[in-house]
Design a protein around this ligand. Structure first.
Ligand code: ADP
Ligand code: MG
Length: 227
């Protein structure tokens, strides 16, 4: 089953002579449980693509379907509930809530959705993210790498069907990068979560199921790896 279907989306910023065609008629699909990487040079349109796929921005034309639902046909209020339940975002900036501890930041979206947090999964995540001894700390008391790991935990904790990550290991050292990649892989294998991740790292891109390349706003599907 295709979890994500992108149909001819284009995004143009600005108008006339200053118009920037950040995405040109991109079409591709990602199957449920697939781990996909988006590669491409800086400025090629990768973040624009990811923001559109997550409904954080609206396309100039085209459609995005997630689990069969056309996300741009939803009202803003429906869209934010849909996002909270189905999509986990991991950005380069962490957007943690400064007044909340590590643990509180991770469970917050689940509480917001009126659900009971899964205590065992929280322990598992804190363990894998190496945050157990920081669980009661505030973001300001953490290093950049630790804050990034909290943001990753927060995205994974509700077990969203789709995880969108914009260079999630960009600020991490090699060991942390390997651990985070293992965690994301487990999320896709064990919980059949679909992951779309922007990465600059060719070695990371070699370890995923499906690779897409963006060059000057044009998306090319480099294909699925059969494993
Ligand atoms: P990447 O993530 O691959 O580095 P982006 O998607 O951020 O690339 O940007 C693609 C192009 O769109 C770039 O030329 C960038 O300058 C332009 N762009 C991105 N966001 C905006 C914006 N909000 N307004 C105008 N131009 C933008
Ligand atoms: Mg970017």
């Amino acid at each position: 089953m295709e979890l994500l279907e992108v149909e001819s989306i284009s995004k143009t910023y600005g108008e006339g002579e200053t118009a920037v065609h950040a995405l040109r008629q991109a079409s591709f699909s990602i199957a449920q449980g697939e781990f996909a990487a988006i590669v491409g040079e800086s400025g090629s349109g990768k973040s624009t693509l990811l923001n559109l796929v997550g409904g954080l921005d609206t396309p100039t034309s085209g459609q995005v379907r997630i689990a069969g639902r056309n996300i741009f046909s939803m009202r803003e209020s429906q869209m934010s509930i849909f996002r909270r339940r189905n999509i986990g975002f991991i950005f380069q900036s962490f957007n943690l809530i400064p007044e909340l501890t590590v643990e509180q930041n991770i469970v917050f979206p689940v509480l917001l959705d009126g659900k009971r947090p899964d205590a065992r999964y929280l322990e598992e995540l804190l363990d894998v993210l190496n945050l157990k001894n920081r669980r009661h700390h505030l973001p300001s008391q953490l290093s950049g790498g630790q804050q990034q790991r909290v943001a990753i935990g927060r995205a994974l904790f509700p077990r969203p069907a789709l995880i969108l990550a914009d260079e999630p290991t960009g600020n991490l050292d090699t060991q942390n990068t390997n651990e985070v990649m293992a965690l994301l892989k487990e999320a896709s294998r064990k919980y059949h979560q679909t992951i779309v991740m922007i990465t600059h790292s060719p070695s990371i891109a070699q370890t995923v199921d499906h690779v897409l390349e963006v060059a000057d706003g044009v998306v090319t599907d480099l294909g699925r790896v059969r494993g």
